[in-house]
Write a protein that binds this ligand. Structure first.
Ligand code: NAD
Length: 383
């Protein structure tokens, strides 16, 4: 069992970008900027605008890809960019069912018909679904072309756009075909979040809460807690996003391919996987399932010696953010059946990322009785 004695310590970033360096695991030094902006033009902290950053990549052609329901964002980006190279827009059906192997063929062919070459740039505009799909297309067409992400959900800004995991679903599972492939730039337009439904805000906030739980000092958790009531105010949100991204970047920079530390990001994901699988990925968004899974993890962690004060502080943060923490009417035994197929399991044992008395443990075997007790407590506390 790997124990991270003090979990993760990180300082909030002060600038508007992070340089992501996957570090010693890679021979190639990959760095890219994550820019926070109020629109698709200018960064909040100055520096080159989107157009200049894209120009600097010297693309021969630009392809903008988004999901069908987010076409307005694709059009907006096309209007904003005034480039001397051809621009072509592509759309694919959204949702988990759209992020599917079956939708790749027509997209590859459309790119080929419109002259894609190895210096073409693919710009993905949308949430995590678009980012994962666009990234996978970029990683595989012509054995890899440059890509840029313009995330439009909070979850995509703080989580899925950072770290280089790209994937599509197959008929038999989520993210079963994928690659590690990093974008050249991530441009987070905060005003895109104006139209984001509350339930999708919760998904991003759940991942942000998770990131603060991984940080040792509790400083980031306090900052997020103190911002809970005005989190949608752009200045506040920008700062909290940077801190959240800094945690993900810290982890990914040290373990790009998930041979150890990166597994910490799976906190809350074992139960979440059970909820998503039980409901065939239709009833709850990923973040809503993760939110409930975080509560289960904290309750299981308390039984393993996590200090009560820490458990309480994390639960208090989730309550303040208004995150879904209930058991959604599911029975422990039904979830358990679906948790058996989690990628993190080893030798038939169901594994969780959990805290203990000395920090975070990345692969803890948990038996049904312990899970079922924690689930019962969660139901008692949150319904
Ligand atoms: N690659 C990674 O490291 C990583 C990490 C976490 C999650 N993911 C993946 O990300 C996906 C979830 O991402 P998500 O939570 O962004 O979901 P999503 O991309 O499905 O977006 C959620 C919903 O919001 C809509 N939407 C997007 N932007 C909007 C906007 N600005 N205004 C109004 N509606 C908007 C979408 O059409 C969709 O209906 C999952 O497929 C998950 O597997 C990947």
């Amino acid at each position: 069992m790997t124990t991270l004695a003090t979990a993760i310590s990180t300082e909030p970033f002060e600038s508007d970008h992070l340089n992501l360096n996957p570090g010693s695991q890679s021979t190639e030094k990959r760095q890219y900027s994550i820019v926070l902006a109020q629109d698709f033009h200018n960064s909040l902290a100055g520096g080159p605008d989107l157009q200049h950053r894209i120009d600097a990549m010297n693309p021969t052609r630009v392809f903008i890809i988004t999901e069908e329901s987010l076409g307005r964002f694709g059009n907006l980006v096309e209007d904003v960019l005034s480039l001397n190279v051809p621009i072509h827009q592509l759309r694919f059906p959204g949702g988990e069912s759209g992020k599917h192997l079956d939708n790749l063929g027509s997209v590859y062919n459309e790119l080929i018909q419109n002259g894609v070459d190895r210096k073409s740039l693919l710009i993905g505009v949308g949430g995590g679904v678009v980012g994962d799909f666009a990234g996978f297309v970029a990683s595989s067409i012509l054995r890899g072309i440059p890509f840029v992400l313009l995330p439009t959900t909070l979850l995509a800004m703080v989580d899925s756009s950072v770290g280089g995991k790209v994937a599509v679903n197959t008929g038999l599972g989520k993210n079963m075909v994928g690659a590690f492939y990093h974008p050249g730039l991530v441009w987070c337009n905060l005003s895109a979040l104006d139209s984001l439904p509350d339930s999708e805000w919760s998904c991003g906030l759940a991942e942000m809460a998770k990131h603060t739980m991984l940080e040792t000092s509790g400083k980031l958790r306090d900052l997020l807690l103190n911002s809970a009531t005005d989190i949608r105010q752009p200045g506040v949100l920008a700062q909290r996003i940077l801190e959240s991204v800094s945690v993900k970047a810290y982890v990914v920079a040290r373990d790009e391919k998930e041979s150890g530390l990166r597994a910490s990001l799976n906190l809350g994901h074992t139960t979440a996987h059970g909820i998503e699988s039980l409901t065939d990925y239709k009833q709850f968004s990923h973040g809503q399932a993760v939110s409930r899974g975080l509560v289960t993890c904290l309750l299981l962690s308390r039984e393993r010696g996590m200090v009560q004060e820490q458990v309480d502080a994390n639960l208090k943060l989730m309550e303040a953010l208004g995150l879904p923490m209930d058991t959604a009417g599911f029975e422990a035994k039904d979830l358990w059946e679906h948790m058996k197929f989690d990628k993190k399991n080893v030798g038939g044992e169901i594994r969780f990322v959990l805290f203990g008395s000395s920090g975070l443990d990345l692969s803890v075997p948990v038996g049904f009785e312990a899970f079922s007790n924690a689930w019962a407590v969660q139901r008692q506390m949150y319904g």
